[in-house]
Design a protein around this ligand. Sequence first.
Ligand SMILES: [Ca+2]
Length: 461
Amino acid sequence: MVSGMRLHAGCITFLTLLALTHPAQARDRPPNIVFVMADDQGYGDVACYGSKHLLTPNIDQLARDGMLFRHCYAGSAVCAPTRCVLMTGMHPGHCTRRDNTATGALDSFKGRPLLPLSAKDTTIAASLKKAGYSTGGFGKWGLGNPGTTGTPDKHGFDLFFGYLDQVHAHDYYTSHLVRNGGEEVPLENGTYSHIPIFDAALKFIRDNAEKPFFCYLPVCLPHGKYVTPSDKAYADKPWPQMVKNYAAMITHLDSDVGRLMKLIKDIGIDDNTIVFYTSDNGPNLPFVKPLGSAGPFRGTKRQLTEGGLRAPMIVRWPGKIKPGTQSDFVWGHVDFFATACALAGVKNNKTDSVSIVSTLLGKKQQQRSPLYWEIHHPFQQAVRTGKWKAIRHGTKAPLKLFDVIADPGESSNLADDNPDIVKNIEAIMSREHSPSKFFPAREKPKARKAGRKKTVKKQSA
Ligand SMILES: [Ca+2]
């Protein structure tokens, strides 16, 4: 009896010790960072952002557990520059890749005018790796094809699996995916590529559970081609098949977010893992009407209106972020770099990136300096500062100015009534565009010629 009691007391002491030491270790260790980024999913394509059509129970649960941002912006309005902004913490007036294709750039891959990340670019993966993180990327890289300076293995990723080439990523039933800098990995006939990509990410998390890790998941769903292994959830809807497939791709991704969260809980790292969920740019046009994919905003991907730029963004961090909170703090993908550095305790030298950790922790944070974008096919610039959003199509073109708090649909141009604001924003636009031979500013971009549209659409990714 006595020895049993002793044993019992000993067990309690041991368990108490465990309970005391493990959280302490967790506190001393920087958090694991998981960044999930959908491709072309609109602000209005998530139930917790107001979708009346799409089933996204697991993403909605992230929002109930964490913080939902209503004023977060994509790095750009198309794939490659958003990835460049996110990886480098430089906005599109400073970063290397400012549109999907670049004037005069010749990637060695299939002769397309692509501009890879340069050897001088520092990515967040490289910074986190220096801080002792394991780094994995899974999905669509889009910043450098095999043999260029831009492959993920040269930019801080211990492991990459998916597509290096952004047009290859349109092929969901491809014969092969790519590992690290270009090693081809054959797939069995009929494999839906998203499945092995997501499985590889889960394996990476399992394999690295004992140390801090960065898991970057720029998944391809729901970007075209619009194909899915099953449209079951939407088979009865009165929509064109392409719309059903798109909706099913979003719900497929949602169920994988569920698998991801289950794994994180099952292996006991839930308390020390911060999860971001977002999309790389606004939705594609065919889904705006039937699904309300752009939410209350005007425009689509490839445009610098809110519909092209405003992104869903949910951040979950148990014990740190108050569950079920919503924030109107204005920030963007450009700020992930500084935020991740702050989380990892790494120095951040990027002037374009601002840490939002204070906002995540529920502390008051000063309004961020103006957000800036440019895109090049055709040339446009945009700024968001406070309630104001401004767009111009050419450096000599008149600025359009909108109060996006009162007018989220950007329908009333207030430029004539606010000459001082216009002057200030024009100065920001001139200052923030750094000269680039690959991405020159245009005074008055040429209107698209008939016949060119098809090419641009093909390049759009
Ligand atoms: Ca995209």
